[in-house]
Ligand binder design. Structure first.
Ligand SMILES: C[S@@+](CC[C@H](N)C(=O)[O-])C[C@H]1O[C@@H](n2cnc3c(N)ncnc32)[C@H](O)[C@@H]1O
Length: 252
């Protein structure tokens, strides 16, 4: 029986050279998407608030926020090779007050004290790259633990019910699960594993209802969600880097 996908396999895929080059290039060259910029302006207006980025990768988001004047940013990621790239980029750009460190979002380090942040974000579908729904909920609980009441959480997911094509593809996949012929390494219905220019990727594609349940059961109050195409027109570089997604904002 092949082994199920796990945090160990996902971490190895992100530490792989192809992924490291891909996310490092994005941190150096791409910066924030127009949709991300809009939501930071709207939900994270205080640039001196202490903010935590989960799954920071090579620093694409926090580095861009730092250049917009956000002063108290901490980014964590469990892929050591990506954190190394983020630290190097911060050094290169003279961002001395930007902290990047190695940590797992499902079990944050004890020195990240309860209520020590005033906002948290997990962008470009990182939360959905945690295999197993209970583990994704653990990350949401951990994020809730380290923020003050009322703080915002911003993240993205796919939405497997968003388009007619997706719904048709997932009906086919449902038949495979009924017959037991799905990829035996998958854990939950909605999981996918694929390879492209970013390397090998594990991704859970949820429904909107599923994320609503995950948020409310982990102490978050959903306040906003919408598909990216309704928020901003992204340029080609962003569209090449990332496909359509749903943005979520919840408050603690
Ligand atoms: C799609 S990448 C996005 C990287 C970066 N935020 C960006 O937008 O370029 C998702 C990131 O989440 C990280 N990640 C996944 N599961 C994690 C976990 N349990 N703890 C910490 N980081 C995690 C991966 O290592 C990866 O860097």
């Amino acid at each position: 029986m092949p082994k199920k996908f796990s945090s160990t396999s996902v971490k190895a895929d992100f530490n792989d050279l192809t992924a490291v080059v891909h996310y490092t290039k994005a941190a150096h060259e791409l910066g924030l998407w127009a949709s991300e910029r809009l939501l930071f302006d709207r939900f994270f207006p205080n640039r001196s608030a202490p903010l935590l980025e989960l799954g920071c990768g090579a620093g694409r988001v926090s580095m861009a926020l730092w250049s917009l004047g956000y002063t108290r940013l901490t980014g964590i990621d469990f892929a050591e090779q990506l954190v190394e790239q983020a630290v190097a980029l911060a050094e290169e750009r003279g961002a001395r007050n930007l902290v990047f460190r190695h940590a797992d979002a499902t079990a944050l380090p004890a020195d990240l004290a309860p209520a020590s942040f005033e906002g948290v974000f997990f962008l470009f579908n990182g939360l959905m790259q945690i295999p197993g729904r209970e583990n994704r909920r653990a990350a949401l609980r951990e994020a809730r633990r380290v923020v003050k009441p009322g703080s915002p959480l911003l993240f993205t997911t796919h939405d497997r019910e968003d388009s007619r094509t997706e719904r048709a593809l997932w009906r086919l996949e449902a038949t495979r699960w009924e017959l037991g012929t799905q990829d035996p390494r998958l854990i939950d219905f909605g999981d996918r594993y694929f390879e492209d220019e970013a390397g090998r990727t594990f991704m859970h594609l949820p429904t909107r209802a599923e994320i609503m349940e995950d948020l409310t059961s982990t102490g978050w109050h959903p306040v906003f969600d919408d598909m990216r195409r309704h928020l901003a027109k992204e340029n080609k570089a962003v569209r090449d880097f990332s496909d359509e997604c749903r943005f979520w904002v919840a408050t603690a």
